[in-house]
Ligand binder design. Structure first.
Ligand code: ZN
Length: 473
């Protein structure tokens, strides 16, 4: 791996480490603190959804915040202390201050008998209760007697917070990335996803793009449902999407297909992950997992897949204190980031073309299209051109051609550019330009002409309509 790659991985790891200690939940100060850290790196639009808001079949719960929590034994010694690890509290525990015997307390304690030194991660968002999570080894040591329990938390009307980074491109069609931001100190699940989505947004913003990009940072389940509810009228713009999470552990990539199963994102993700690592797995859609469950519910059925390394519940440390920063290496994060970048590159240039000289092979030599370029042999370049010309009847995408020819996508994409410049190809599937819905007919005519770079750049800077409830930080 190059020095630059190690640096990018180290940066991702450092950001994951910065996010790791925060006590997050589906609402409250931890989520906002997390978004503030992300907002230092990329520009976010903030949204607050008030407690009690109906969201399809769900409702935004009361906002949860916590200051302190502990259990002390009959000698007054703290045997469980939220300050030592924020997984010790059952997430969303209601406030309590009471004394009770060990027998009653035990019904409120969670541990993992198979891993005595790990603290489990447990939540109770929609059933009001309190509880503690602890190492099984410590639980076994508790003696009979009266225990004091204090949970200094609050459950009060407030709001659910989510944020998004919107990066307009030449087309109004969007690529959506979603990552969940509700887990407290768990590194792979999901500081890895947050760090990579943040870095990806910064990287996408660094160049003009064909598609518009939207990176959503929201609590799991209720957060994606809030986003879906507030964006229902624009869901037709979502051309491709990916849920990101679990991207730092040592397992090879797992790509989970969209519910449709045959979307462009399914093919591109399979190609890119296997190109980077032949061990990469592709699994069919199932209605269990992360927020793809919502995006791919039958009422939406969006072209959205999921990229992880391990799958949720598919590694021993999952939802325990052993999912810590030692599980997440710089090189694994770097490789996952690379996969996301390559995925964007392929989506950006994966077009269908029409051969404008389809009767016989066009003479490449008289157009100056022979000769080594970029270190490739003339034979490979010519072969790639012949493949693109032969297959470009408007039905095959460049990815189809890369796979049929066995040549890499970058080589196929590069010669397609050259052939288009030489007027031997034209694009068959131009995407809809940004904001055509809001502009005059004459401007529409102007936009339908080939546009120069300056026009593209100025269009990129325009931000789309945003909801009245959003708040800019
Ligand atoms: Zn999780």
């Amino acid at each position: 791996m190059s020095a630059a790659a190690v640096t990018a991985g180290a940066e991702l790891q450092a950001f994951a480490a910065e996010l790791y200690p925060i006590c997050r939940s589906i609402t409250g100060a931890g989520v906002r603190k997390t978004l503030q850290l992300i907002n230092r790196r990329i520009e976010l639009d903030w949204h607050e959804v008030p407690s009690g808001t109906k969201v399809f079949d769900w409702e935004v719960p009361l906002e949860w915040n916590i200051k302190d929590a502990w259990v002390s034994d009959p000698d007054g010694r703290r045997v469980v202390d939220f300050n030592a690890h924020n997984l010790h509290i059952l997430n969303y525990s209601e406030p309590v201050n009471t004394v009770l015997p060990l027998g009653e307390l035990k019904a409120r304690l969670y541990s993992i008998p198979a891993h005595e030194d790990w603290i489990p991660y447990r939540t109770s968002y929609y059933r009001r209760q309190w509880g503690f999570c602890m190492r099984h080894r410590e639980l076994l040591k508790l003696r009979q007697g009266k225990y004091q329990v204090v949970v200094d938390s609050s459950l009060a009307p407030g709001s659910l917070t989510y944020a998004e980074c919107v990066l307009p491109g030449r087309a109004r069609e969007e690529v959506l990335f979603f990552t969940h931001i509700c887990h407290p100190s768990l590194a792979n699940d999901n500081t890895s996803g947050m760090a990579i989505a943040t870095a990806l947004a910064a990287w996408i913003a660094g160049a003009p793009r064909r598609y518009s990009y939207r990176l959503v940072f929201a609590p799991g389940t209720i957060g994606s449902l809030c986003w879906l509810q507030r964006n229902q009228r624009r869901l037709g713009r979502v051309r491709h999407g990916l849920v990101l999470g679990l991207l730092g552990d040592p397992a090879p990539f797992t790509y989970k297909r969209s519910r449709r199963g045959d979307c462009e994102i399914d093919r591109v993700a399979e190609y890119v992950t296997r190109d980077i690592d032949p061990q990469a797995r592709v699994i069919p859609f199932e209605p269990y997992g992360y927020d793809e469950r919502q995006f791919c519910s039958p009422g939406f059925n969006l072209p959205i897949g999921r990229l992880t390394r391990s799958v949720n519940d598919g590694y021993a440390e999952y939802h325990s204190s052993a999912d810590n920063l030692t599980l997440v290496s710089a090189s694994q994060l770097e490789q996952s980031f690379e996969a996301c970048k390559q995925l964007v590159e392929v989506l950006e240039s994966n077009r269908r073309y029409i051969n404008l000289s389809p009767k016989g092979e066009p003479r490449l030599g008289k157009r100056g299209l022979y000769g080594a370029v970029g270190g490739r042999s003339p034979a490979d370049r010519e072969r790639a051109m012949l493949w693109v010309l032969n297959q470009s009847d408007g039905s095959a995408s460049l990815l189809d051609i890369a796979q049929r020819s066995g040549m890499g996508f970058p080589a196929i994409s590069l010669v397609a550019d050259e052939l288009e410049k030489a007027a031997l190809l034209r694009v068959a599937d131009e995407t809809e330009p940004t904001r055509t819905f809001a502009i005059s007919a004459s401007r529409k005519r102007a936009l339908s002409q080939p546009r120069n770079e300056a026009q593209s750049r100025s269009t990129r800077r325009k931000r789309p309509d945003l909801r009245s409830t959003r708040r800019r930080k």
